[in-house]
Design a protein around this ligand. Structure first.
Ligand code: ZN
Length: 326
């Protein structure tokens, strides 16, 4: 009996859905709560090739909701992309899994698309700047993708096809969930439900060649689900899906970006990973960590610095320079 027998017996998916899924290359950007949960479901369901994109390491604060990682991953400072790849291949050795331990930016997103030719993308990020990139790249390259966001007890999911309204069209409708989980918190079931709904849309598309075209929002505190016809929000003057102005793809990554949870991303020359005179308290081949009374700083091998303790982007840049150029 096929290991996929139970899902193939489900009429809405069937042998057609299974056949399409088994041949599909699916790129998942962001391997936190959403991306890792979606990846696990798709690995078990027999997705042909999963391309896992994330530049972060596993942290202890991830473990309550990111069920594919464990304490050993956190204590060893494992890269999420690599840790998840090994986890998925233990679940299903018949599929192909590629780990891409890179930050998704305008400099690499189209290169990765031309390298792996994904037929679908899943949004597992928690930043709108990255979602704008995904939206524009997917529209330009005719790749359907699935937006997902969650915060507290609320989740939002919508499948975005290049023939329908895009993220830019929907922006006025999508609640700003998922923007700062370190402050508002996130309940594990909400993250898993959001990822499950994203995977349900993958299976809809594999079986029928289309999404449900519903914008789904839910709140587990009151067990309320709402759905809205996404097509109703098409913007006849949308710069992306109507006028094909892909400005985010042409812009270089910002030197400093404010992140979720009072953190700042500052980009520095990659040589500083080996050349900085700062006395780091923790080091691995991928990152170095420093902490004092005022700041916490993680320096990654690709030149990214995550700083906690700064008040704004300007002071973040100044602080990073003062610390790393000692
Ligand atoms: Zn649009």
């Amino acid at each position: 009996m096929s290991r996929y027998d139970r899902q193939m017996k489900c009429g809405a998916f069937g042998t057609r859905g299974q056949s399409a899924l088994s041949q599909a290359v699916i790129m998942i950007t962001g391997l936190g709560a959403l991306g890792s949960a979606a990846a696990e479901q798709l690995a078990r369901a027999g997705a042909g090739h999963l391309v896992l994109c994330d530049m972060d390491i596993v942290e202890c604060s991830n473990l309550h909701r990111q069920s594919c990682y464990d304490e050993h991953d956190a204590s060893s400072g494992a890269l999420k992309a690599e840790a998840l790849k090994h986890h998925l291949l233990r679940i299903n050795s018949e599929i192909t899994v590629t780990a891409v331990a890179e930050e998704i930016t305008s400099l690499n997103i189209e290169r990765l698309i031309s390298m792996y030719h994904p037929v679908m993308m899943i949004d597992g990020t928690d930043q709108f700047s990255t979602r704008f990139l995904i939206n524009q790249a997917c529209h330009r390259h005719h790749i359907p993708w699935i937006y997902g966001a969650c915060l507290g007890t609320k989740g939002t999911v919508v499948g975005i096809d290049f023939t329908g309204p895009c993220l830019s069209c929907l922006l006025s409708t999508i609640p700003e969930t998922g923007e700062d989980c370190s402050i508002a918190g996130i309940l594990p079931p909400v993250a898993h439900m959001t990822a499950a709904m994203q995977c349900a849309e993958v299976m809809n598309y594999m079986a029928e060649g289309r999404f449900s075209n519903q914008l789904l929002t839910f709140n587990t505190a009151v067990m309320k689900f709402q759905q809205t016809n996404a097509a109703a929000f098409a913007d006849a003057d949308c710069p992306i899906c109507v006028h094909h102005q892909y400005s985010a793809l042409a812009a270089p990554p910002a030197a400093v970006t404010k992140l979720c949870g009072g953190k700042f991303l500052v980009r520095v020359p990659v040589e500083l990973f080996t050349d900085s005179g700062l006395s780091f308290q923790r080091t691995s081949p991928f990152f170095k960590y420093y902490q004092d009374d005022d700041y916490q700083l993680s320096l990654f091998h690709d030149g990214r610095v995550i700083l906690t303790g700064a008040d704004n982007t300007s002071s973040a840049e100044t602080t990073v320079r003062q610390l790393l150029y000692r």
